[in-house]
Design a protein. Structure first.
Length: 193
């Protein structure tokens, strides 16, 4: 996992509670029933670094620098499952333009669009979407935000990077320095000095 040695001046934080921060244990495989249409489930799962396949381990971090907040998930799978995760995500991105998820809350994802393939790892995809959160009682206007994602496979590890602007409705780019540093750590198994 990338740290301050790789990105001096950046803030890298563990998220939540659990074994050693949220996601530092093994994330659970997600069920497809909560995504409508179900054909979009690989996209919905990827947003939280998950899939329908049982991972061997995972870590999640929030990374901040110069007004950009990104979340990064590293999920280790059996080699064949890592390839399946990417194949299914790529297929879903070819047909899925909007979907809803009922867990953890009713949320609509609209204007889903591929944005090209990152040129890192063995394979990868990039996409953006418009997230629309509604209050449970429907008594307030929906909250909209744009998010961008990169999902990259390196061996049996799937790395998911996202960027969101929580203050303004605009698309933030995922910091290239973050992606490059993390992929280098994955590929070399070491950190910069």
């Amino acid at each position: 996992m990338v740290d301050k040695r790789d990105l001096p001046g950046w803030t890298i934080s563990r998220l939540g509670a659990g074994t050693d921060g949220f996601g530092d244990g093994t994330v659970s495989a997600l069920r497809e029933e909560g995504t409508h249409p179900a054909s979009c489930a690989p996209v919905g799962s990827a947003l939280s670094g998950a899939s329908k396949y049982t991972p061997l381990g995972s870590v999640t971090r929030m990374v901040q620098n110069e007004g950009v907040i990104s979340t990064m998930h590293l999920v280790s799978y059996r080699a064949a499952d890592a390839v399946r995760v990417m194949d299914e995500l790529r297929s879903a991105l070819a047909t899925c333009t909007s979907y809803t998820m009922t867990f953890p809350a009713d949320t609509t994802f609209e204007k889903l669009a591929p944005t090209g393939d990152p040129h890192q790892g063995e394979e990868g995809v990039s996409f953006r979407l418009d997230v629309v959160d509604r209050s449970p009682g429907g008594d307030s206007d929906p909250y909209r935000r744009l998010q961008s994602y990169q999902v990259i496979r390196s061996g049996s590890t799937v790395a998911v990077f996202d960027a969101v602007d929580v203050d303004v409705y605009r698309l933030k780019k995922i910091p290239a320095a973050l992606v490059t540093a993390q992929m280098k750590v994955l590929e070399t198994g070491g950190h910069q000095r």
